[in-house]
Design a protein around this ligand. Structure first.
Ligand code: ADP
Ligand code: MG
Length: 704
């Protein structure tokens, strides 16, 4: 067995208990896992600061080293809240070293008057330097010690883990592994590719990512490991892409028939924007190509994706096929259904709806009509995925708000006809192109980058909580003018009690400050019964309520053109993508709209950047780029979305665009020469490819 496959517990100094903890806390089970747990930053261990030169500005967030003498010690508090402080100083200033745990163990390690090398993360209180749980070594020992490298990696860890391992635990384990690495790392990258792309060996890369010999070697190691990650993903994406465009036959929508003409000539209430026309053309081209379409339509909120989807579905019907449209929530499905019924009017299209709450009798009728071919367009929720939903001839599928659905669900729709239907996935979450290429690499991408004419840009303002009274005055004015208002509270997890307490308090306060009979307030959140939720939404939609107090359940797609104010409470707790989505709920009518971001006065730098960006721009793509830079790719769609969240260990698509380009070209070139990696020298690359396969859940055998 290869060393890397060994259970981590066999590495000396680990053992059962720590192994369990490593698995639980950071998912490390094997030696390989540990080796691929890369430092997230490096510090220069040769640099020793003077206490006097450190301040909040020049050392925030980083780790530093000082060399100082112990001048005293003291205990504060008792029991669990006990704190142990060591006072140190050098010739430029004083500092405090603080421990909350492991005090017994640490307290006798220090001698008064002796000098130590102290390493840790600085914090400042009234410009006094302190270090919590620093790493401390007598200076003589520190100077004797020969470092493997002047750059020391900093590993992400958890509180439990760092307590159990001690400050040096992770280094020791890694060190033990690296000692035995020689010849144990099989490099799956063939020599000729390594040479061609200037990559160091995998073993060298793994050594240097943990214990860099030099800054230059660290760079090379990072390049190699990022390349592997991006190349591995690209091998998968490019395989999917070529499988789709070469092998899979698609329905041919050759005709532009009576429904389309009737709709276009008599029903369409507005001229299409240039962008809408372009996208419809792209879909037309796909659906007469003979191959199955898998297209992602990105368009900011309010850009008019629905009508594009509808026209595409009508084209399917004109060619004798059925179409369906799947929305992520009941509310949205019903809204789409209503919109579509209204838009198509009496041109003879048969439109149905199916959701989780459809009554048994109605459901039976709908299912029968569907399989008999008596429904042309079916709108619904996840309920459409159930096996009992049988179409007579499904040819076109629209999926709204893709990020709520996983790849697997998309694939399930493919099996609803002998051939996979064409698929149009729509999202209002603008995704930077580089990232979209990776997340949706098996999809072609269309973009609606133009809003329908006559929209006034939404004004976005950031208020501190203390300005609430002024805000209420403004809200009253808007309501007096006949407008409606959303107030949204954060909800991180549907189960978090505190969030509901927030919302309930907020609701009570609003009802108090906006009393009946003048003001009508309704509420909508995930804990309400679907009927009640529906009723609240209905009241707001038809203007029976002036204010809707809600959690972010209203985030996607809800359309109330008369609502002109979006108030977001604790806006600092939302991600940029979500803020942008929420803002898109207003600005849908002719009146000037406003988005008010309320926040605490104390804001982290990142939250402030987010709120400022929101006030500065309404361009979803710019915000998405920024979001990507702020948060990295792993979390791009927010925390609660399933499916295609990327899991990069080292590459960062916001910064590594160039490596991505090279890796993509490399993957294309390789697969062109050897599509299924069957040549002997490429066998090992299958391992790499498998490791980064995110689409394991699609079983292609069902379709081809
Ligand atoms: P989204 O892309 O967010 O799904 P919708 O499809 O809901 O946007 O469209 C937003 C609003 O814009 C709807 O009220 C729709 O009727 C309107 N709309 C769409 N296209 C046009 C257009 N070309 N001209 C004018 N209004 C349009
Ligand atoms: Mg929409």
């Amino acid at each position: 067995m290869n060393l890397l496959d060994n259970d981590i517990k066999f590495v000396s100094g680990v053992g059962e208990v720590r192994a369990k903890l490593l698995a639980k806390e950071i998912g490390v089970r094997t030696v390989r896992d540990m080796l691929y747990h890369f430092p997230f930053r490096y510090i220069d261990r040769t640099k020793i600061y003077k206490i006097g030169e450190l301040n909040e500005a020049n050392s925030s967030g980083g780790y530093i080293q000082i060399r100082a003498r112990v001048t005293g010690k003291n205990f504060f508090g008792e029991g669990r809240s006990q704190r142990f402080v060591i006072y140190v100083s050098d010739d430029t200033g004083k500092a405090e070293l603080i421990w909350f745990r492991g005090i017994k163990w640490i307290e006798n390690k220090f001698e008064l008057g002796r000098e130590y090398l102290i390493f840790g993360r600085p914090s400042f209180y009234r410009s006094e330097l302190s270090l919590v749980h620093p790493e401390v070594e007598p200076i003589e020992a520190a100077l004797m010690r020969k470092e493997h490298s002047s750059l020391q990696g900093i590993y992400s860890t958890t509180e439990k883990l760092s307590t159990a391992l001690g400050t040096k635990g992770m280094y020791n384990i890694i060190g033990k592994i690296l000692e035995r690495l020689d010849g144990n790392v099989a490099d799956y990258m063939p020599d000729y590719l390594r040479q061609h792309y200037g990559l160091i060996s995998l073993e060298q890369a793994l050594r240097n990512i943990h214990q860099p010999q030099s800054p230059a070697m660290l760079k090379q190691a990072q390049y190699r490991l990022k390349f592997d990650e991006l190349f591995g993903i690209q091998l998968n994406i490019q395989t999917l892409r070529s499988a789709r465009t070469t092998a899979r036959a698609g329905f041919h929508f050759g005709r532009v028939g009576e429904y389309f003409n009737a709709f276009y000539n008599t029903r369409l209430p507005f001229p299409l924007t240039g962008a809408q026309k372009r996208v419809i053309k792209e879909i037309r081209t796909d659906t007469i190509s003979g191959c199955q379409m898998n297209r992602l339509l990105q368009g900011d909120v309010g850009s008019g994706k629905t009508v594009v989807a509808l026209i595409s579905m009508i084209l399917a019907v004109d060619n004798g096929y059925q179409a369906c449209m799947m929305a992520p929530t009941e509310i949205l499905a019903r809204q789409h259904y209503a919109t579509i019924v209204k838009l198509v009017g009496d041109i003879g299209l048969r439109v149905g709806i199916l959701t989780g709450t459809t009554k048994a009798k109605e459901r039976r009728q709908t299912l029968e009509a569907l399989s008999a071919g008596e429904i042309d367009i079916l709108v619904g929720t996840h309920a459409l995925l159930e096996d009992r939903v049988q179409f007579s001839n499904l040819g076109f599928v629209v999926i709204d708000e893709q990020h709520r659905f996983g790849v697997e669900q998309r694939a399930r729709l493919w099996t609803k006809n002998n051939n996979p239907p064409h698929i149009l996935v729509m999202t209002a979450t603008p995704i930077p192109r580089t990232l979209a290429m990776m997340i949706y690499g098996d999809l072609d991408i269309s973009v609606i980058d133009e809003l329908p004419p006559g929209r006034q840009p939404i004004k976005t303002l950031h208020y501190y909580d203390s300005a609430r009274l002024r805000l209420f005055g403004f809200m009253r004015e808007q309501i007096a003018q006949g407008r409606q208002i959303y107030i949204v509270y954060p909800l991180i997890k549907e189960s978090e009690k505190a969030d509901y307490a927030n919302l309930e308090e907020g609701f009570a306060a609003i009802v108090r400050d906006f009393p009946l009979p003048k003001y009508r307030v309704s509420a909508c959140h995930g804990k309400m019964k679907p009927e009640d939720k529906e009723e609240s939404m209905r009241q707001f939609k038809c203007g029976e309520a002036d204010i809707l107090v809600a959690t972010s359940v209203i985030e996607v797609g809800v359309d109330v053109p008369n609502a002109t104010v979006m108030v977001i409470e604790s806006a600092e707790r939302f991600g940029l993508a979500q803020l942008h989505q929420l803002r898109g709920r207003v600005g849908r009518g002719a009146n000037q709209s406003y988005c008010i971001l309320l926040s605490d006065e104390k804001l982290s730098k990142e939250s402030r950047t987010r709120l400022e960006a929101m006030c500065e721009t309404t361009d979803g793509f710019r915000l998405a780029e920024l979001d990507l830079q702020l948060r990295g790719a792993g979390d791009i769609n927010g925390t609660q979305q399933s499916g295609e969240v990327l899991d990069f260990k080292i590459a960062n698509p916001a910064q590594d665009n160039q490596i991505l380009q090279v890796a993509q070209q490399a993957a294309i070139a390789l697969l062109t020469a050897d599509p299924d990696l069957s040549e002997p020298q490429h066998q090992s690359l299958r391992v790499l490819k498998a490791r980064y396969s995110r689409n394991k859940d699609i079983d292609f055998s069902v379709i081809s």
